[in-house]
Design a protein. Structure first.
Length: 150
């Protein structure tokens, strides 16, 4: 079990969980129960709604690409996944808990659970991805020192 927790598969799985918790938060919790989102995207502004949807699709697509690349062992994929996971942990979780709704989030208790899930899953994914980057860096350094092809 310990070996699996420090594996590339675990890092990618934690990244997928972080993606899913952020999607749950943005598409269901924030869109349905946070009044500021409704005010920001009124029905009579279809261009704004379309642009917001496009940005969301592009960011989600980039995150999925980075997870797929990370699963193949790509350093760029690991870094991209790490950035998205940190965004989930720090923006979706920590910032929300400390600045946006410190006394509790919309749709209690589900709102609080989703925000805490953002923080925990984002941090777990970030730590696992950082570990993979360090591991790959040290493996590459050892190969260079021994003269093995990378």
């Amino acid at each position: 079990m310990r070996n699996w927790l420090v594996s590339l598969n675990a890092a990618v799985l934690f990244g997928v969980i972080a993606l899913l918790t952020l999607m749950a938060r943005l598409t269901f919790l924030d869109a349905l129960y946070v009044p500021e989102f409704g005010a920001m995207l009124p029905e009579n502004r279809p261009a704004t709604i379309a642009l917001t949807m496009l940005v969301y699709m592009v960011l989600s697509g980039c995150w999925v690409w980075s997870l797929l690349a990370a699963a193949q062992g790509s350093r760029a994929g690991l870094i991209g996944s790490l950035l998205f996971s940190l965004l989930t942990a720090l923006g979706g979780g920590l910032f929300t808990l400390t600045a946006l709704c410190p006394k509790g989030c919309a749709a209690w208790p589900v709102g609080n659970i989703v925000v805490w899930a953002n923080l925990i899953s984002g941090m777990a994914a970030s730590l696992a991805l950082i570990f993979q980057l360090i591991r790959r860096q040290s493996t590459g350094t050892q190969r260079k020192m021994s003269g093995e092809p990378a």
